[in-house]
Design a binder for this molecule. Structure first.
Ligand code: NDP
Length: 297
């Protein structure tokens, strides 16, 4: 069984990205991402901090703006528009979720699509579906990169994706059905209305799980030799740990790993790859090649 070590792989990618940043510096460009956090949700704050820290580590400048949860929709739109108009800002990321009075769709649509380093703007989503060069959402891009770098081909394989969110499930499915060397999979997407999840998961050569339910997928759900990508990040109480909780995935590692030919750990699997792809997207935006580079060379 291969443990798909996203943490180690992300560290390798960070080294490669440092070289790209250096090349940009030599051209007089300082790659710069602006991150907006509305409110003080602790999980969001921690995500924003780790994204910002990772940027700084590879030489990308990061500006974090935190505003209060009662900031108006208009004020949030103004911040985004200012960053759109600022040539020194190459990437814009608005941390989700937003407070209930602000519609995420409207804010995302206001971001200049060429600065949309999360890849959530409808124009970038459309380009992805069409197979055109674009800024690919970071988690799906991280999954593809992980599979590619471990030389795990999905060509002609049955990939089952559990979860149809717009940030993970749908875009990863859209990537893997591309007619391309690194894709060409046959993809099934499952969601909460699936009447018999086992029927689908047991037929998977590659199982990608992005549900947000701790250890929902067990050994019973999978067949021998499956490749498992666990996207979930769930906090469960554990009084035996110093923090009183631990992080687990959507997959029950103990029962699934013995049957799998390869599996991502949580933490240390998809999470670090997601951040690596955010850095990649920011550099691509700073290079001005977001709509020129092929999806994956
Ligand atoms: P969402 O809540 O947006 O989507 C969850 C999906 O799971 C929905 O499509 C839902 O179906 C489906 N689902 C829920 N219950 C079932 C079920 N019993 N059977 C089948 N499908 C089900 O989640 P996200 O995609 O945003 O995130 C999923 C997980 O991944 C979370 O734990 C999140 O924290 C983590 N995550 C990790 C990232 C990383 O970098 N590692 C990045 C992003 C997310 P329906 O549409 O019908 O409601």
């Amino acid at each position: 069984m291969i443990l798909l070590d996203g943490k180690a792989l992300a560290a390798t990618i960070h080294k490669e990205l440092k070289v790209s940043v250096q090349q940009l510096h030599e051209r007089g460009i300082e790659p710069h991402i602006a991150l907006l956090l509305v409110g003080d949700n602790p999980a969001s704050l921690s995500y924003v901090r780790s994204k910002s820290r990772a940027c700084e580590q590879v030489g990308i400048r990061s500006t974090v703006l935190q505003v209060s949860a009662d900031t108006s929709r208009e004020d949030v739109l103004d911040i985004v528009r200012q960053w759109n108009d600022d040539p020194a800002v190459h990437g814009i990321l608005v941390q989700l979720p937003l407070p209930p009075h602000i519609a995420a769709e409207e804010i995302i649509e206001a971001i200049d699509p060429r600065k949309d380093v999360d890849g959530f703007h409808p124009v970038n989503v459309g380009r992805l579906v069409l197979g055109l060069p674009t800024l690919v959402p970071c988690t799906p891009a991280g999954i593809v990169e992980l599979l590619r770098r471990y030389d795990l081909s999905v060509h002609g394989k049955h990939v089952v994706v559990v979860g149809r969110s717009t940030i993970v499930g749908k875009p990863v499915a859209n990537l893997l059905i591309q007619k391309a060397r690194w894709a060409d999979a046959v993809v099934t997407i499952c969601h909460s209305a699936a009447d018999d999840l086992f029927r689908y998961t047991r037929s998977a050569d590659v199982l990608i799980v992005a549900v947000g339910r701790a250890e929902m997928i067990t050994g019973e759900h999978v067949r021998e030799g499956v490749i498992v990508i666990d996207v979930g990040i769930n906090r469960i109480d554990d009084p035996s740990t110093p923090k009183g909780y631990r992080i687990v995935g959507d997959v029950e590692f103990a029962s699934v790993a013995p049957k799998a030919s390869a599996i991502t750990p949580v933490p240390g699997g998809v999470g670090p790859m997601t951040i690596a792809m955010l850095l990649h997207n920011t550099i691509t935006a700073a290079e001005g090649t977001a709509w020129q580079k092929p999806l994956f060379p």
